[in-house]
Design a protein. Structure first.
Length: 172
């Protein structure tokens, strides 16, 4: 199995764990610089949520937290301005060049960015292992609903498991 770790981090009980993978990548969501910027509906989004623009939150809020930044390099940081990392980046091409066919996904906003990443990975044919205890969302209800969705609707394409299971089975 050729693996890649995609997301914020694969968090074990004591913080990020070091797992030998072929590609480690962080894909932070980078908002528009100011209200009214963006393409299509993103323009309206940032007009409505101007408080989430770089101008309002500050560029320092876009930096990886030190506990994760210490993994870069070798981990790569690929900024994205939309929910999924597949549209405006070369992530898929990078993974293909390395022969990676399995992704372990973790991160923030289980029901938004993680969902977009998971569904894109499924569409591209990857085996998707979802580190369900290394996910979070600003809405507990939406997080729980997304976890249920992964179990009930995508059980053949998405494997939601806890990090302990991932680590225990890593070398198999």
């Amino acid at each position: 199995m050729d693996d890649a770790l995609v997301g914020q981090s694969l968090a074990a009980h004591n913080g990020p764990c070091e797992i030998p993978t072929r590609e480690n990548a962080f894909h932070p969501f980078i908002p528009a610089r100011r209200a009214g910027q963006g393409q299509g509906m993103w323009k309206q989004y940032y007009e409505r949520w101007a408080s989430m623009t770089v101008e309002k939150i500050g560029a320092d809020m876009l930096e990886l937290v030190p506990a994760l930044a210490r993994y870069t390099p070798p981990a790569s940081v690929i900024d994205k301005h939309v929910y999924a990392p597949w549209l405006e980046t070369d992530l898929h091409q990078r993974l293909q060049r390395q022969g990676i066919d399995t992704l372990i996904i973790s991160g923030g906003e289980t029901d938004v960015c993680v969902l977009a990443t998971v569904l894109g990975a499924v569409d591209l044919g990857y085996r998707v292992v979802l580190a369900k205890d290394a996910l979070c969302s600003s809405s507990d209800a939406a997080h729980d609903a997304a976890i249920d969705l992964y179990h009930q609707r995508y059980s053949l394409q998405v494997e939601p498991v806890d990090t302990e299971t991932i680590l225990r089975n890593w070398s198999r």
